[in-house]
Design a protein around this ligand. Sequence first.
Ligand SMILES: *Cc1c(COP(=O)(O)O)cnc(C)c1O
Length: 387
Amino acid sequence: MQHNGRIYLSAPHMSGKEQTYIQEAFDTNWVAPLGPNVDAFETEIAAYAGVAGAVALSSGTAAIHLALELLEVGRGDRVFCSTLTFIASANPILYQGAEPVFIDSEPDTWNMSPEALELALDEAARAGKLPKAVVVVHLYGQSAKMDRISDLCARYEVPIVEDAAESLGSTYRGTKSGSMGQFGIYSFNGNKIITTSGGGMLISNDVQALAKARFLATQARDPALHYQHSVMGYNYRMSNLLAGVGRAQLEVLDERVEARRAIFETYRDAFGNHRGVRFMPELADTRSNRWLTTLTIDKQETGLNIPDLIGELSAHNIEARPVWKPLHLQPLFQGVRYYPHEDGTSTSDRLFEEGVCLPSGSGMNRSEQNRVISIVNEALSTATANV
Ligand SMILES: *Cc1c(COP(=O)(O)O)cnc(C)c1O
């Protein structure tokens, strides 16, 4: 779990069965290219998510890229995207030569504001420039308000890509996160709730589109004896070895969700009642995987600012991070269109300033968590004494 006693934000947590699947692949020489682990992992993920099919890929970013390609996002098109997210949600918009438009968060979920989305869609419709897709992110495992977002997108017939990279195992009104859009994507990057060391998955109920995704992800090779290509493709498939790791990880996903939720509750019990400290809420009728425990600390009320807290934790060999820097604030996206939740105030800017992610790995033990808690409590009481 740890290297030199360091506590990480979200370290990989193996189940122990990964070796069995990898050994099987070696024994049958299914080391490459594709193979039974890839097929089985796809079937198992699709069954878990409750969708018709899945395509195993080299990363979550690749999955978003293929989703946009399948939706025929091209040069000059617009794509709406949550602003409070990791850069990978939006980079594929640039790969396609399209223009991102960023949508603010709302306070209930920290996710895409239906109000801001409605305004953006109304304006786009009037300008005759509706987006080709909306990329909705479920931040840190928390579900966005999918009913309202789906209704709005349906009204304008704009397809949804659900970036569920952080929310595998979360549910929205009993439905699995990632299964509600035209396409959903998962990531198995090393820091996610389950990992293949690196990998991703594209899921959908549109099996024809998924067949095309498989074709595009294997260099778009035409059915011919020789190597023939009519369209541009990618090398985006997951290896059969890594799919074996994924299968073993998927078997323990629900346990990992329970463990992360328990970690969240332990932190909340420890300092959730402190003045000016607010934990990320959980939307009614949804269940977050609590991928990362995330909270805001009001500087005025507590006297504590986030960089100081992170510095204090770091001095004690503990990794913590600010909340994602909103994409509309990134130098890469200078000058792009942005729709705040409320006129004149940006919710995501505030969450970025006040938000912090604490170590949340499911392999963390109680004494490690207590180490984190004692540093945070100490920082809070020292700062509060000086307010
Ligand atoms: C991790 C992540 C991705 C990208 O996944 P990779 O597998 O690392 O390419 C996309 N979106 C979000 C919100 C993520 O957190």
